[in-house]
Design a protein around this ligand. Structure first.
Ligand SMILES: Cc1cc2nc3c(=O)[nH]c(=O)nc-3n(C[C@H](O)[C@H](O)[C@H](O)COP(=O)(O)OP(=O)(O)OC[C@H]3O[C@@H](n4cnc5c(N)ncnc54)[C@H](O)[C@@H]3O)c2cc1C
Length: 490
């Protein structure tokens, strides 16, 4: 089957990869001149990379890890020590760590929490542990039900002291969805805690060894094209063209630089676009349907990713850091954490600024200046004194609408990969899968969409066979209704 896919982010590429594995022919159309969507990266005139986001892979990402294995690029993940490191704002330049010992889960996580005495007192740890009991006893069902509360509301409901939120969960919420816990759905934090506590290496982190565009997306493109599929950059889908019965007749691709628009036809069509442009492109006849109306409940959250190159080494920490700064979320010295960005003499800090709603319209200069003021608190030894560090250059990447904003009550708006339109499917991190808005969620959604398409094809074939029509070649494929490589780990 020819399958047209709009969007070459991780979801679109993963979907295309799994469709090729099942013997289909995907044609991926990407509007921009760069692969990867929210993991896209660019090289500047000096040959230095800058990225849409600082990206961390977790041990609790089974589908991504399987994808790396299938692409034979597992060695590109640089695993770090099993720890979480937080800055201590009241003690500038110092850190507090949650070190996970080499013990089975959940003992390793509980030990990490109990051994950290900088951030939480014993009574706070006990209250927090007691508050988590319903999630432990009732599992994912309870976690899903808690979507009606923000994480702050859930903490209050569980009688957990407000200091626990201030010390740990503002940083965690900002890292998970670029918003504060008084907005973030309790489901998001509880899902992450569940994975981190239930899987021995769930919270273990890895950095990719270079730019995601080259080191992760390109191998997917090679895999797809070597098997007959296509990936086209600079091919923005302008409109979904419909048949009289409301099914898709074709994707209209906008002609760039004076070229004519082009119609691409296929057997099946997939949107792998983020939810915001998808909503704008919905054809009128679809808008009255409840499935598509629900998309109005989702919208992307703003976030800013900064890259700052300094004239010296600011730290030798080879890990992600939770800044616990009101302006910033997580950051890392990429000259330590990432092989391709390595530099023994100079730091390149990659930092996420969140929540970014008050900053997204400000100039790059204003954003960099505000960040440098925060860095004086994080690295007091290098910013004051007679010989302060010099900023050599910077890049600021703003994403006004990034992943869907996971405020409380959003789960019910997340669509299934199958739509009411027979030959049209959705994929993307916002579609329903249990890994929320993440790289793992995007890859898993791609796999689920490939599965859904395979199922549709096979049920169509069974219908035809029961009509007495013959299709020997495809009939053979029906013997394995779900292709083994499409089995998602969820
Ligand atoms: C700053 C930042 C930090 C992050 N950190 C992490 C992290 O540490 N760990 C983690 O797991 N996740 C992280 N994420 C989230 C992760 O990047 C996303 O969840 C994931 O990449 C989304 O993939 P996607 O394919 O669903 O969507 P996208 O990546 O948005 O892909 C959609 C694609 O569709 C294309 N498109 C749009 N309109 C059209 C059109 N009309 N025609 C054709 N193509 C179109 C877009 O250009 C884009 O390439 C982070 C995100 C950001 C922004």
């Amino acid at each position: 089957m020819r399958v047209a896919i709009a969007g070459a982010g991780l979801a679109g590429l993963s979907c295309a990869k799994y469709l090729t594995d099942a013997g289909h022919l995907p044609i991926v159309l990407e509007s921009r001149d760069v692969l990867g969507g929210k993991v896209a990266a660019w090289k500047d005139k000096d040959g230095d990379w800058y990225e849409t986001g600082l990206h961390i892979f977790f041990g609790a990402y089974p589908n991504i890890l399987q994808l790396f294995k299938e692409l034979n690029i597992e060695d590109r993940l640089q695993w770090k020590e099993h720890t979480m490191i937080f800055n201590q704002p009241e003690n500038p330049g110092t850190y507090s760590r949650f070190d996970f010992p080499d013990l089975p889960a959940p003992v390793n996580g509980i030990t990490a929490i109990l051994r950290n005495n900088d951030m939480l007192t014993w009574p706070e740890k006990i209250r927090f542990g007691l508050g988590l009991i319903p999630a432990i006893v009732h599992g994912q069902k309870y976690v899903e039900e808690m979507d009606q509360y923000t994480f702050s509301e859930w903490m209050k409901k569980q009688n957990i002291p407000p200091r626990v939120e201030k010390e740990v969960f503002i940083a965690m919420a900002k890292a998970l969805n670029f918003i504060n816990p008084d907005e973030l759905s309790a489901t998001v934090v509880l899902t992450a805690l569940n994975r981190f506590l239930q899987e021995k290496n769930g919270s273990k982190m890895a950095f990719l060894d270079g730019a995601p565009t080259e080191r992760l997306c390109q191998p997917m493109v090679d895999y797809i094209t070597e098997r007959g599929g296509e990936v086209r950059l600079n091919a923005p889908v302008k409109e979904f063209l419909l048949n009289d019965d409301g099914t898709v007749r074709g994707f209209l691709i906008r002609g760039l630089h004076g070229a004519e628009d082009e119609i691409l036809t296929a057997d099946m069509y997939i949107s792998a676009m983020p939810v915001d442009p998808l909503k704008r492109m919905l054809p009128k006849p679809w808008r009255t349907q409840e499935y598509f109306q629900k998309l109005d409940g989702l919208e992307g959250v703003p976030v800013i990713n900064l890259h700052l190159w300094f004239d010296r080494k600011l730290t030798d920490i080879d890990h992600l850091l939770f800044s616990r700064s009101p302006l910033l979320s997580v950051y890392a010295d990429m000259s330590n954490t990432c092989r391709e960005y390595a530099n023994p003499d100079r730091s390149m800090l990659e930092l996420v600024l969140a929540p970014a709603k008050d900053w997204i319209k400000k100039s790059d200069q204003e954003i960099v200046e505000a960040t440098l003021i925060e860095l004086e608190k994080l690295f007091p030894n290098h910013f004051g004194g007679e010989n302060p560090t010099k900023l050599l250059k910077s890049h600021v990447v703003k994403t006004p609408r990034s992943v869907y904003k996971a405020t409380s009550g959003r789960q019910k708006y997340r669509p299934s990969q199958e739509t009411p339109i027979a030959n049209f499917f959705l994929t993307g991190d916002f579609t329903m899968q249990r890994y929320l808005a993440s790289m793992e969620g995007a890859v898993l959604s791609g796999k689920l969409t490939a599965q859904a398409i395979n199922r549709t094809q096979h049920s169509a074939i069974s219908d035809r066979s029961s009509d007495g029509s013959q299709d020997v070649e495809i009939g053979t494929a029906v013997q394995s209704p779900v292709h083994p490589v499409l089995r998602a780990e969820i």
